[in-house]
Design a protein around this ligand. Sequence first.
Ligand code: GLN
Length: 706
Amino acid sequence: MGDIAEANGAARTRLREVSVCRTPRRPYKRCVQKSIPRHDEAPAAAPARLLARPAGLLLRRALHLAGRAATSLPGRVSLRLDPGFLARARSHQRRIVVTGTNGKTSTVALIGYLLGQAGLRTVGNLGGANLPQGIATALLDKPADALVLEVDELTLARVIDAIAPDLVLVTGLFRDQMDRHGEVRSVRDRIADALDRAPDALRLLNGDDPLTASLAGGRTRFFRLEQPPLDVPADGTDCPVCGAALDYTSRIYAQLGEYHCAACGFAAPAADFAATATPEGFAFEGETLPPLPRALHPYSALGALAAMRALDLPVRVPEWPRPVPGRGDEVRVDGRDVVVVLGKNPASTSWNLARHAASTHLFLAADEIADGRDVSWFFDVTMTPVRHAFTAGPRARDMLVRLRYERHVESGAAYADAEDAFRAALAATPEGGRLALVATYTQLPAALALMRQPPRGKPGPAIAGFGPRVHPPRVDAPVRIALCLPDQLGTYGDSGNGRVLVERLAWRGIPAELHRILPGDPAPRDADILLLGGGEDRGQRRAMEALGGWRPDLAAMQEDGVPALLVCGGLQLYGESLTLEGQEVAGLGLLPLVTAPGDRRLVGHIRIACALTGTTLRGFENHGGHSRRLGGVAFGTVLSGNGNAADGREGEGIVVSRTIGTYLHGPVLARNPELADLMLGWVAERRGWSKLAPLDDSTEAAMRAR
Ligand code: GLN
């Protein structure tokens, strides 16, 4: 993998290599599942072991000569020959591991840079190949003064066992690829288990993130940041220790900030290493450093600096290195700036949108394993800065639909071809303006290719699009849509259902208000529609406390025929009983249904024949709880996927009066607008309006055809 000195220059070429396991042609799943044997498996016979390094080196050289990616395959071969190959790491003098859902690659690249500045010879998987085969490839190099590795959250325990790190840095924890990783809380628990296996390692934790700070134990030090706040959705503001709501005196973004739990005393720790990032400059431990380029995430800089200090190494920053490819690098094309950023989950996408102001946005959207197969998360991105949007990639239409439901987005167009989308987006960007390319993980190489060789000429036609939506005036009391407990039940993109209802009313000239009903608020008794979304077990527990107090009102609303849509976690809570974090608890008892942990988590695309709409509905399910209906009627029969329980045996969802419970994320109303209109029709009926005018849903129709 080479010395750190070459790291920054070579980083650009490496990104192509990184994608070796993540492109559609070579699915990530295969790389993960057909992974190499564990390091602690029976040691290989001596001759094979002796061949492990030379064979890996030879292959790496051959691949380099052929101009091919060489970040994973050589390590895979070495691990085949010697399953204990990762233990080679122990011959490096210092061993640093970086994990967390966001920011690993940039943090590792910066640590590499700082180690180089300190005069240390360093090796590592600086291009981001963070599974064992990528790590093994880095270990082909001669032992160095320092080894710095980014490690995938799910393989952390295995890598820690093998390499016995001196320091483990956790950048922060956000929801990410939930279909592969599970809920954020379970990722946190896996990391906690892994850390416990390395009692001698120093834990260096992001103290601003409650989930990460809760990983403290043994020798721990915290880094903390001060910077102006940014609008990024939180991934859990409940106390990771006792589950009560955290109080915040200030927020940086998402769940990061100055927090305190009144119930158990868990609180943001004192900083061992602190930095301040303002537009004017960047200071670390009181020392002024060069101002951070926009492309550098302050937490990556801070984490890397803190790692140096924690290891008692000198910090020298004559200037900041170039960003890792695809993390904010810019080029100028025809008098316009083009910036490429990664948008891999709600936190990173919202952050990058806020950080890189642009007049035009091109979203390259996909749903490969490494992106996450469920694209519901598009709806949880804070899209505030977007005005003119272009989309391409396999999920171009889904992104277009998501943007259509954002009132301030003035125009949107989806293209079959990324080059056409780029041409159109560039043409729509005023001279002197900026075009931001926002790519999901597997689309990053395509985005970088566009940046390196910007296609010229006239764009081909768009496959779908929208312009200004008309909002004809109509006088009436606004329709009140109650989005209940979005902080506790908002992890799976279902808050988008509220957005869809509001906009579909507005396009028909009907005023509508979306009310976020929070714990401690009175029950939304005067709502016209009630919405509850999916959430983590921990969030559901907190939601149950609030819902318990509202039960009489919720029961009365059900009795009155107020339409309600309860998705997944929300559906489970409305039932008779459910199991949360291993404990059986009583539900609200407003739906005749019981939920218990099943033998496996039910994750994937689902299609149902819906009894209410008479159509096929599509969505994505992701739940550990399996439900059994004791009464009512099923919402649909399962055509593919699972539904209430494994293999569609129990049907999908439940309907009692106008209360609909379903396991479909998507969000379900965005993917299936006829269901949204069915519910709005119920509102119209209650209000005594005539039938609702139909809308043009051709984009949704095309999206659903996939
Ligand atoms: N936490 C619940 C489960 O795993 C609900 C998940 C969800 O809402 N998607 O079953």
